[in-house]
Design a binder for this molecule. Structure first.
Ligand code: PRX
Length: 655
């Protein structure tokens, strides 16, 4: 089957950088040429400029046994020293590193000097547990400052962390602890969510209990942060209260230098089938690209900006753009513990107003849920401090992009749509805010020093004004170094498809427009084939969201006798529209609308008005489950859903 993906939706709005923004921007237009002239030299220079190397590197890239890359491999550094001590030594110890906002309303501001001391104490405690280079530490914590301190303490010791998102069950936690062979788990009694304390420690207890024959628990110690004061069960000899040992530990701890390729972390990401993949990232290359992209994409001015990324530390975005990127750059950031709508639907906007947030990085799913509630809520707050907005995780539909820019960004803040993956470690495609003329809905161009193309199934470039498969054509500093314990699966999953060309295949479909700008079209597994036309989910969803009644939409291809597959849409309406119109009438209106906007080929056969969409815990729509409903099958495995009840509600609504 041809991998060409048809393009049907047109978007011609353009936003040039404002001169006053461009004048002070970190990245200037020359950056692309500099990177093109000498790609490896460019990365070497970035790395030397942005990081402190205990032992400077002389090698930049070793690509002698692809796809196993080594970057800066004769150099040595300490990742935590780069994120902490050196800022204090440079006289910025009094700068706030973290403004922490707890969900119940408690807050504290932590300076770089304080965070450095805390991390040294935690490192000393972990060292007393026997943690050192080569060990793994599992981290299962809410979004509290101790989470960031834990990551950095593990990194400081040259050990690797494996953060497990706090919303995962005991079974998932167990699988991840066992796969990584973790020696220590850092957790908390619980955290606050939707106004209530939600427990974490019981899941750890369960994950470590009841091992079958031959199964050995590798975990020797469990360090427990007291956050909610809930009662917890206690295993003597194994469990230790953070609050008992960390404050008393010494704040002297020398940061040792480790090789650039020393493992920094494992982060599990679910594959389409089988057990989760432990994506492995190492130190020097990862930190270089995390710091570089954070500085340039978000136009970070560390002395004046207040940055907020809403991602949980359990996801890659939380690793690269809450922990490592911002701290390596000496940024001041907000860390918020809870849900966006507690105790009121405007809580996020309250946080922005309270701390004067200037740079705000979030996910399209959040933007669309705010669209659903209506613009009145953010408009009741003063959001004038914002000067830059970022999006990540899914294609952002042009209409959501425009809403974000206008309602949240006061019609002046540039919006950068950043494409990347757990596997890529850091941003790969994005506009640069002082340089790029932005287009709503397009991720736009490869970062300087990054080589991206869109190709057909043979690996041939499709050229401008055509769609196909998104590939990375050259190794990049923050690329995954493998799948933990499974080199074959690493090669098979990402490199097999274009082995002879040495391309990394990302699994996403994309289109180059007539200017060569990149538009993400969704996962290729989700592409539909209607009467021989390959249609992307992203475009039809964008068209639906462009209608004034729609807040969010998911589109799937369902088997159809006449057309092969037919477009089936699941739509969430804005609250204001639900009050005034019948669902049936709106469904017909939307079918016609898509037919007119894109063309009859894309007109949905069915439009179902639903209250919720099935999403993973990181907010991605699970179209596979909707396909089951659309084809009248029993709904498949719902384990990775954030809310497993959603599918029964949708099935009932559809019936
Ligand atoms: O399909 C792409 C989508 O998210 C996938 C990666 O997911 P994950 O590893 O969880 O990392 C998410 C945070 C980096 C990609 O293969 N994706 C991510 N960002 C975008 C996107 N799709 C379209 N536009 C984006 N900006």
């Amino acid at each position: 089957m041809s991998q060409q993906i048809d393009h049907l939706l047109n978007e011609d709005r353009r936003f040039a950088p404002r001169p006053e923004f461009a004048e002070n921007a970190v990245a200037g237009p020359g950056i692309y040429d500099a990177a093109k002239a000498d790609r490896l030299g460019f990365w070497a220079e970035q790395s030397r400029e942005l990081l402190h190397w205990h032992k400077p590197f002389t090698n930049v890239l070793d690509w002698t046994s692809p796809p196993f890359a080594k970057w800066f491999d004769d150099g040595q550094l300490n990742v935590a020293y780069n994120c902490l001590d050196r800022h204090v030594e440079a006289g910025n110890g009094d700068r706030v590193a973290i403004h922490f906002e707890g969900e119940p309303g408690d807050s504290r501001s932590i300076t770089y000097a304080e965070l450095t001391d805390e991390v040294k104490r935690v490192a000393n405690v972990l060292q007393s547990f026997g943690v050192g280079q080569g060990d793994r530490v599992a981290i299962y914590l809410p979004m509290i400052p101790e989470a960031i301190a834990s990551l950095l303490a593990v990194a400081r010791l040259g050990a690797a962390h494996s953060v497990v998102f706090g919303g995962f069950s005991a079974d998932s936690l167990r699988a991840r602890i066992d796969d990584a062979g973790a020696k220590v788990v850092i957790t908390a009694d619980g955290g606050y969510r939707k106004g209530k304390p939600s427990a974490l420690k019981p899941a750890v207890d369960q994950a470590l209990s009841d091992r079958g024959e031959g199964e050995q628990a590798t975990v020797e110690k469990v360090l427990v942060v007291k956050r909610t004061e809930q009662d917890v069960e206690w295993t003597e000899g194994r469990d230790v209260w953070w609050n008992d040992v960390v404050p008393d530990a010494s704040a002297d701890h020398e940061a040792e230098a480790f090789d650039a390729e020393n493992p920094l972390f494992i982060l599990y990401t679910s594959g389409t089938t089988g057990k989760p993949k432990g994506i492995l990232h190492t130190s020097g290359g990862y930190l270089t690209q995390a710091a570089f992209t954070h500085r340039n994409v978000f136009d970070l001015h560390p002395e004046s900006d207040v940055y907020w990324c809403t991602a949980d530390i359990g996801w890659i975005t939380g690793h690269s753009y809450v922990a490592y990127g911002p701290l390596a750059n000496g940024a001041t950031q907000v860390l918020y513990e809870g849900t966006p709508d507690f105790p009121n639907p405007g809580r996020w906007w309250d946080v922005i107003e309270k701390y004067g947030v200037t740079i705000f990085y979030t996910a399209p799913t959040a933007v669309r849920s705010f669209m659903k509630q209506g613009r009145e809520i953010p408009q009741q707050r003063d959001l004038s401090s914002l000067r830059l907005l970022g999006s990540v995780g899914e294609p952002i539909n042009p209409e959501a992009w425009m809403w974000f820019r206008d309602v949240i960004g006061g019609s002046v803040s540039p919006v950068v749509d950043t494409w990347w993956q757990t596997e890529t470690g850091a941003i790969m495609i994005s506009a640069l805010p002082g340089v790029t003329e932005t287009k709503p809905g397009s991720a736009q161009v490869a970062m300087p020093g990054i080589s991206i193309d869109v190709v057909d199934e043979k690996g041939e470039a499709v050229g401008n004004d055509a769609g196909g498969l998104l590939v990375v054509t050259e190794p990049w500093p923050s690329m995954l170094r493998g799948i933990w314990g499974d080199p074959d699966r690493f090669v098979e999953t990402y490199w097999k498809m274009f082995q002879d060309k040495g391309y990394y295949f990302a699994g996403d479909g994309a289109r180059l427009d007539e200017d060569g700008d990149i538009w993400l079209l969704g996962r290729v597994d989700d592409v539909m084939n209607v009467s021989g036309h390959r249609l992307s989910t992203a475009e039809i969803e964008s068209s639906l969201v462009a209608h004034e009644a729609t807040a969010e939409a998911a589109v799937v291809g369902a088997n159809d006798e006449t057309t092969g597959q037919a477009v089936v849409a699941f739509v969430i309406l804005k609250e204001s529209f639900l009050k005034e119109h019948s669902a049936e009438g709106l469904a017909n209106t939307l079918r016609t609308w898509v037919g007119e906007q894109i063309g009859p080929i894309a007109r949905p056969r069915d439009v179902y008005i639903v209250g919720e969409l099935p999403k993973t815990r990181s907010g991605k729509i699970m179209r596979r489950l909707l396909r089951d409903v659309a084809e009248g099958r029993e709904v498949g495995d719902t384990q990775t859903l954030a809310d497993t009840a959603v599918m029964s509600v949708i099935s009932a609504q559809v019936r």
